[in-house]
Design a protein around this ligand. Sequence first.
Ligand code: SF4
Length: 131
Amino acid sequence: MIECGVCAYWVAFGPTTGKCHRHSPRPGTQVDDTSYWLETLNDDGCAEGVPREEGKEVMVRCRDCAFWRRRKGDQGLFPKRRGDLPLSWWREAGFCARFAPDPGSTTEIVVWRATHANDRCGDGEPKQKTE
Ligand code: SF4
């Protein structure tokens, strides 16, 4: 187990605060669902972290990821309800299809959650590796 402050998946935005980008968003069931990586403190930690190494990147940007999908080519997404995000964000958004939906106990329709082209995570795979 290592602390977030030294983890390769941690994206700092303050001296003691950052966001854990170890995993990609799981599919949801809400229309226009988006993705927020959750905040942790530098002295939090878990068993899935790996130590940050100079010059070694463990995350993939969504725009470079084999699991990132845009239904209308490069036009981005067209939300029904854009929520708290501006249309400029949606124009640079796509769906993260890293995981299949988990079986549920209802008949809801699955929605792959939107991420921004500049988002990144540790579950991604570069396009050239799988295509
Ligand atoms: S990098 Fe790939 S797997 Fe990770 S959030 Fe983006 S699209 Fe999903």
